[in-house]
Write a protein that binds this ligand. Structure first.
Ligand code: FE2
Length: 282
């Protein structure tokens, strides 16, 4: 039997239904899931309880694994899987995880095409907080009034790690602060990404620091307004995690963030990324 999909909301989200768990791992399923991620932005596999090996097999079958974040050598699992946790025994630099409390796209300041998709398996679900929210920047762009779409044409934004970590800068120990904030490249991207498919999404989130050629306050205000527009309920989805849930989302057409949680919850997610094939283009 083939896998099936059910829509979650009008503009975003599909849930996968299967009869036999093995149906998830066929080449046909990988192609169908990839197409569904492109179409619906977020695809949820409720309580499928993947092993790391299974998650990597799906990641590879859908386009190939890419390592996005340098792993800490204290991490305890497969080398290609990043453990998202605030537990300092496993992740001695929790700043990047704290940074995920704010809307962002993965890998947007790295010097390669942004990853096509991010895949998360929930190993420990927090009782309070820690949901992940997704906002479709395809749907958000599509929903803009025509004159606003035209106003965005040709605009470019400067993205940096420093901008994405500025909301949590005070939480970084002072002796590490300048080093941490200085990590990573500064990248300029068009605000509107015209994909090879012809569809358009927006490249926004906390990495976006300012708009080229615009007064900084006005540019920042525009970037924040666009974030708020994309995050409205019509274009966004909140996923409350149950242990074993597995979610794949289109990182090239969505922002995401975690609802704040405390490290005492033990929240643990295993993350892989699918290599991107398209650079951001106007
Ligand atoms: Fe992320």
């Amino acid at each position: 039997m083939a896998i099936r999909f059910e829509d979650i909301k009008e503009h975003i989200g599909s849930r996968v239904v299967w009869d036999d768990r093995e149906d998830i791992f066929t080449p046909e399923a990988a192609a169908a899931i990839r197409a569904k991620v492109e179409e619906r932005t977020v695809v949820v596999f409720p309580e499928i309880n993947l092993t790391d090996a299974e998650q990597l097999a799906i990641t590879d079958a859908m386009g190939g694994t890419v390592k996005l974040t340098a792993r800490n050598n204290v991490q305890q699992n497969d080398d290609n899987v990043y453990q998202v946790t605030l537990d300092e025994k496993i992740n001695p630099q929790p700043e990047y995880v704290l940074g995920t409390f704010f809307w962002h796209m993965d890998g947007i300041t790295v010097d390669m095409p942004p990853p096509f998709a991010t895949l998360l398996s929930c190993r420990i679900a927090p009782a309070i907080g820690g949901e992940t929210e997704f906002a479709s920047t395809y749907a958000a762009y599509e929903g803009l009034p025509e004159e606003e779409k035209q106003a965005l044409e040709g605009l470019r934004a400067v993205h940096s790690v420093r901008a994405s970590l500025s909301p949590i800068a005070d939480a970084i120990p002072e002796k590490h602060r300048e080093r941490v904030l200085g990590i990573g490249l500064i990248k300029e991207h068009p605000l509107v990404w015209t994909h090879e498919s012809g569809r358009k999404s927006m490249v926004i989130g906390t990495t976006a620091d300012h708009i080229v050629g615009m007064e900084v306050p006005a540019g920042r205000a525009m970037l924040i307004r666009l974030q708020e527009w994309a995050a409205q309920p019509a274009f966004s989805l909140r996923h409350k995690w149950t242990k074993g849930d597995f979610v794949i989302w289109d990182n090239t057409g969505a922002m995401h963030r975690a609802i704040p949680y405390d490290k005492s919850t033990g929240r643990m997610m295993h993350r892989t990324s699918i290599a991107g094939t398209e650079a951001v283009a106007a």
